[in-house]
Design a protein around this ligand. Structure first.
Ligand code: XMP
Length: 526
């Protein structure tokens, strides 16, 4: 079988810090074209090596007028490949090529109508409505204070708004384009078609980045890299490590050993389900390490959330290290790192901001281990991993399961973690999730779980006074988990879940529902 090179056609996205840059990358990938996201200080050599068919300059939070604000590498305008500037990216392209940008008091933010004044390849066949003068109109989403007041030489205006004469600009000869709005957000209804015109027609990229090509290419390249070497992987049962495990298993079979560490902080029956799925059903080598006591002992009397995270991460590495050293001749450590992890760490290296919660701290690279690192899904976004997971035969119950934090129930039990609390919480959580499934609401919410509040409150059951613990229900809707809205579950539904939890679980006297958005609250309580 001849495997198609899915990386042949590619787009480089230069990131100026917009909150939507990763979304641009996802949109390009959805069009079947491989792309990578690099920060604006990418070097000439790196761009040459990457050899893109086209470049996209992202939006950014800064004012392009400020002399201190970042610029695109100047030489990209001389390579002879198409460039699309989005918002800030359009403005700095304008400035760098001799045009002018000014601050306006007519800020455009949110939904805006754009009138097309000239036809062009970038907007070929695009239209939402026509206005009274029979001009084509696009409904777009804007977010800017500065506007272009003078376009560079050889550019023409393609579209305008009431306040901005240059909302889309083009230099067809050089194939440079700029859009003041954000084509990557769904509010710009023709946005994906505009990006399609750019990558498929203007940059001539073919749609080679498909789930089946990703699968075949990845397995083939793992076979070539690993040969007959042995690999060890920490399997959590989450989608990233599950897909990593199955890809490796397809490539190297029994030379893969997975280590599944049950830290006692998992959901109801989770360890059993992971073993059944990966060991019995898929036939992987999985070592099941029951380490509940070790984790709970180490967490005894630890109240501070970041300290809990650190301890859990540390013990995880210790156990993994111990198990790895028992195996002979292992040369590689596999990790389920995904593309957003790489983007986030690149951003945090360039722009160290304060850490709100230290994520990705469980399953780090064991120190002193002389292993090489293999990360089969490190160029994939979550939605791509899910598609690959389905192709590999993972069931919906794993692929579409809500995310679960590495430190598990430890960050859902406020303060001190005890086995008694874990058992109560696991049970409450399973009732909530079961009812969400019954009511067909599970897939409508992005994440749902219960939280154990170590406070006692008075209740009455039969003629007996109770003085028991409190459970909070948390359910949120979100696209990217950076912001989230609490889910508007119906009163009837909440009443039913609350009744079941209080009636079926010993030790609970009260159930509350969390109605806090993120920000300012976070999704997890710790
Ligand atoms: P927050 O609570 O920061 O959560 O709003 C955003 C998303 O991240 C998950 N989360 C974690 N995942 N280790 C993880 O692997 C952690 O320490 C951790 N803390 C939060 C959370 O479940 C949500 O999906």
């Amino acid at each position: 079988m001849k495997i198609k090179n899915m990386h042949k056609d590619r787009i480089l996205i230069i990131d100026f810090g917009s909150q939507y840059t990763a979304l641009v990358a996802r949109r390009i990938r959805e069009l079947g074209v491989y792309c990578e996201l690099w920060t604006y200080n990418v070097t000439k050599k790196q761009i040459k090596e990457f050899n893109p068919n086209g470049i996209i300059l992202s939006g950014g939070p800064e004012s392009s007028i400020s002399h201190k604000s970042p610029r695109a590498p100047d030489h990209i305008f001389d390579i002879g490949i198409p460039i699309l500037g989005i918002c800030y990216g359009m403005q700095i392209m304008t400035i760098q090529l001799g045009g002018q940008v000014s601050t306006t008091n007519k800020r455009e933010f949110g939904y805006t109508q754009v009138e097309i004044v000239k036809q062009n390849q970038l907007i070929f066949d695009l239209q939402d409505i026509t206005n009274l003068s029979n001009k084509k109109i696009l409904n777009v989403w804007m977010s800017h204070c500065d506007i272009i007041t003078e376009i560079p030489e050889d550019f023409i205006a393609i579209a305008k708004t009431e306040h901005c004469p240059f909302t889309i600009i083009a230099n067809d000869k050089k194939r440079f384009y700029g859009v003041q709005f954000h084509p990557e957000v769904t509010q710009t209804t023709q946005g994906q078609n505009l990006l399609k015109n750019f990558v498929h027609n203007i940059c001539a990229c073919k749609a080679l980045w498909t789930p089946i090509n990703i699968l075949d290419n990845t397995i083939e390249s793992l076979k070539q890299t690993l040969g007959t070497d042995k690999v060890i992987l920490g399997l959590s049962g989450g989608i990233d490590s599950a897909v990593t495990a199955l890809l490796l298993h397809r490539a190297i079979g029994d030379n893969l050993t997975c280590v599944f560490i049950d830290n006692g902080l998992l959901r109801l029956d989770e360890a059993n389900q992971v073993m059944k799925m990966f060991s019995d059903h898929f036939g992987l080598n999985v070592l099941h390490i029951d380490a509940e006591k070790r984790f709970l002992n180490a967490l005894d009397n630890i109240e501070e959330p970041e300290e809990k995270r650190k301890i859990i991460g540390q013990i995880f590495i210790e156990i993994f290290d111990e198990e790895a050293s028992k195996l002979c001749n292992v040369q590689w450590l596999a990790q389920g790192t995904i593309y957003p992890d790489i983007i986030e760490s690149a951003i945090s290296i360039n722009n160290p901001t304060c850490v709100i919660k230290s994520h990705h701290n469980v399953g780090g690279l064991p120190k002193n281990m002389q292993l090489r690192l293999v990360e089969p899904v490190k160029t994939l976004f979550k939605d791509e991993i899910k598609k690959i997971g389905l192709k590999l035969g993972l069931p919906d119950s794993i692929v579409f399961r809500h995310p679960f934090p590495g430190p598990g129930l430890a960050v859902r039990i406020l303060g001190n973690v005890k086995k008694e609390y874990c058992d109560i919480l696991r049970y409450a959580d399973s009732i909530f999730i079961e009812e969400l499934h019954h009511a067909k609401l599970y897939n409508n919410v992005s994440q749902a779980f219960t939280v154990f509040l170590p406070i006692r409150s008075v209740g009455v059951m039969g003629d007996q006074r109770k003085y028991d613990w409190v459970i909070a229900l948390r359910a949120v809707e979100t696209i990217d988990f950076m912001t989230a809205r609490w889910a508007y579950l119906t009163h009837d539904f909440l009443a039913h879940v609350s009744n079941r939890i209080i009636n079926e679980i010993q030790g609970i006297s009260r159930v509350v529902y969390d109605i806090s958005n993120k920000p300012p609250a976070t999704i997890e309580w710790e």
